[in-house]
Design a protein around this ligand. Structure first.
Ligand code: CAA
Ligand code: FAD
Length: 383
């Protein structure tokens, strides 16, 4: 492994940092408070090529590696995690899934619009009765000969209100269990697709999370991804890569909280000296720096394994598990370092603390990551 960043990777990181600090930071508190969708900001990210970073140039994407994507996610997530989750879903769950497992026709039809950010995509796996237990799909897609008939409800869907294309996981043949599940490309404006109200959330408040209902939606046969029965494996494989994106988000949240806390501890004085000179505070910063460095190695390594086309399933779960726990632990400490100022919105750390929590829940809870890791450990699978 070599983490000496290339010129291109350094430029991506710099562009993302610059955009996050100059374009995202100024309005982030208001967008969060009022749950305002970041329309302009997403357009700006699209112009920078951040919505289809890993998509091949032949389909209109940036053709970049996973590490470049991680570096951009990290910098955006230091500031605005509503923007970074929108970016993450579009890049790693939607574009990557279509490019890796879709037909040539599906790639040509959908990827250019998604990579350019003209269309935003969503990934619809979770249901009211099937979250962690993702094989228990209640949404059905009945084979009608020339099309599938889709019925069911998906909940907690990121980009649910804005996305033009949904990847929907549904059960076609219940007798086959998870081997009877399929994944479909469903356009949001097709008859029978309806969107519920935007969720009012603890964190990532300006991202749009919705329940989506499908009632007798006719899905053409050519919109199934992969062979009949491939849908659950498609979801699992896609989530293995997605978890690297969320791990990068968690790393960014921790890094953002650390940068703010270090600056504040140097500025703020108590008992006649900057608070960083009190060992209780400097030790918190030392622990933050150490844990963030460890998380960074795990996240970059998972990205590196993916770029080398090596097995990254366990490494991505480990990176997400560890980075999300570091983000949660140290955003709480960041608020503590800021004292009373940390408890108000103006100083940004309370928002990062609220945002950190979701990284332990979505794309598989910390408990689910432990299930994946423990099974790999038991089997002696290399990681
Ligand atoms: N790659 C390929 N196949 C895989 C796989 C992987 N990474 N992981 C599992 N599979 C296969 C298994 O081999 C098995 O197939 P076979 O029987 O043919 O061998 C099949 O999938 C079922 O696997 P399990 O028996 O392990 O299934 P399980 O019921 O025990 O569940 C689980 C495993 C890991 C808990 C899984 O259900 C899971 O990941 N749950 C969490 C769901 C999740 O992450 N949801 C996220 C929604 S998207 C989101 O959240 C986006 C966002 O917020 C922004
Ligand atoms: P449950 O599965 O009911 O879990 C409840 C608790 O039980 C958790 O602590 C869990 O870890 C624990 N638990 C469950 N099973 C086990 C077990 N076997 N062993 C140990 N502990 C267990 N989903 C999508 O498909 N697409 C999206 O775009 C999307 N975006 C989201 C955005 C937000 C803001 C939120 C909140 C969720 C989003 N999700 C999305 C859904 C998310 O992936 C699920 O919430 C998550 O997978 C957990 O499922 P659940 O909420 O049903 O919890």
């Amino acid at each position: 492994m070599n983490f000496n960043l290339t010129e291109e990777q350094l430029a991506v990181r710099e562009a993302a940092r610059d955009f996050a600090q100059k374009e995202l930071k100024p309005g982030v508190i208001e967008r969060d408070s009022k749950m305002l969708y970041p329309t302009e900001q997403i357009r700006g990210m699209a112009e920078l090529g951040f919505l289809g970073m890993m998509v091949s140039p032949e389909y209109g994407g940036g053709g970049m590696d996973t590490l470049s994507y991680v570096l951009a996610m990290e910098e955006i997530s230091k500031v605005d995690n509503s923007c970074s989750v929108i970016m993450s879903v579009n890049n790693s769950l939607v574009c990557w899934g279509i490019e890796t497992f879709g037909s040539e026709e599906q790639k040509q039809k959908y990827l250019p619009r998604l990579a350019a950010g003209e269309w935003i995509g969503s990934f619809c796996l979770s249901e009211p009765e099937a979250g962690s237990d993702a094989t228990s799909q209640r949404t059905t897609a009945i084979d009608m000969g020339d099309h599938y008939l889709l019925n069911g409800t998906k909940n907690w869907i990121t980009n649910g209100g804005t996305s033009k294309l949904h990847i929907v996981i549904a059960q076609t043949d219940a007798e086959k269990g998870h081997r009877g599940i399929n994944a479909f490309l469903v356009e949001a404006d097709w008859d029978g697709v309806s969107i519920g109200a935007k969720e009012d959330k603890l964190g990532i408040r300006s991202s749009d999370t919705h329940t989506i209902m499908y009632t007798d939606v006719k899905v053409p046969k050519e919109n199934r991804i992969g062979d009949d029965g491939f849908g659950f494996k498609f979801a699992m494989k896609t989530l293995s890569g997605g978890r690297i994106g969320i791990a990068a988000q968690a790393l960014g949240i921790a890094g953002g909280a650390y940068e703010l806390s270090l600056a504040y501890a140097q500025e703020r004085s108590a008992f006649g000296k900057p608070i960083i000179k009190h060992q209780a505070i400097s030790f918190k910063l030392a622990d933050m720096a150490t844990d963030i460095e460890a998380a960074k190695m795990m996240v970059y390594r998972a990205a590196w394994l993916k770029d080398q086309k090596l097995d990254y399933d366990t490494a991505s779960s480990m990176a997400k598990l560890y980075a999300s726990e570091v983000a949660m632990r140290h955003t709480v400490e960041a608020v503590q370092i800021h004292g009373g100022y940390g408890f108000v919105k103006e100083y940004h750390v309370e928002r990062l603390m609220r945002d950190a929590k979701i990284t332990q829940i979505y794309e598989g809870t910390s408990e689910v990551q432990r299930i994946v890791i423990s099974r790999a450990v038991e089997k002696g699978k290399p990681y």
